[in-house]
Design a protein around this ligand. Structure first.
Ligand SMILES: Nc1ncnc2c1ncn2[C@@H]1O[C@H](COP(=O)(O)OP(=O)(O)OP(=O)(O)O)[C@@H](O)[C@H]1O
Ligand SMILES: [Mg+2]
Length: 150
């Protein structure tokens, strides 16, 4: 399986490891200032995907936690990686206080869990990763490269 930036992609994952590998493959085509928005229900595998993506950027996946309370964690690999988890976001305005606009201008890659909570603040140019739960171990992944400006 190859990920290319000019192709949207649909695939099944049969395990946590496989979802991590897909995240790692996405990392290989990431560019500075990319924004990756993950959606899917609780336990879909968004964080698992990001751990693989981080590993692909040379960041130890064991470091990756869930920035639910802080909203964002920062890591340093091939690119700086800014991991947002907006699950606990109650209002888009909270994002101004953590510097969302500044993050959008910084060098690095942003990955956002529960980005739908900030739908109004997402740039058009983004990579969307939707993960649907099929059953206990299988997931359906949909990766879309949306054009636009950031
Ligand atoms: N094919 C699969 N891909 C990813 N995770 C899987 C798969 N099969 C089972 N799992 C399990 O599903 C769970 C995914 O957890 P994860 O924390 O990544 O979800 P999440 O989407 O980040 O949830 P949350 O919205 O709570 O942050 C893990 O316990 C993982 O072991
Ligand atoms: Mg998560």
């Amino acid at each position: 399986m190859m990920i290319a930036r000019d192709n949207n992609l649909e695939m099944e994952s049969a395990s946590e490891e496989e979802t991590g590998r897909i995240g790692m493959q996405l990392a290989a085509v990431l560019q500075n200032r990319d924004l990756v928005v993950l959606s899917g229900p609780l336990g879909a595998g968004k964080t698992v995907f990001i751990k693989g993506l981080a590993a692909g950027l040379g960041i130890d996946r064991e470091y990756i936690g869930s920035p639910s309370y802080t909203l964002v964690n920062e890591y340093f690999g091939k690119f700086p990686l800014f991991h947002f988890d907006l699950y606990r976001l109650e209002n888009e305005s909270e994002l101004y206080f953590i510097g969302w606009d500044e993050y959008l201008l910084r060098d690095g890659v942003m990955v956002v869990e529960w980005g739908e909570k900030a739908a109004g603040l997402l740039p058009g140019k983004r990579i969307e990763v939707d993960i649907a739960i099929i059953d206990e171990h299988s997931r359906h992944l949909n990766i879309r490269f949306l054009p636009g400006s950031r």
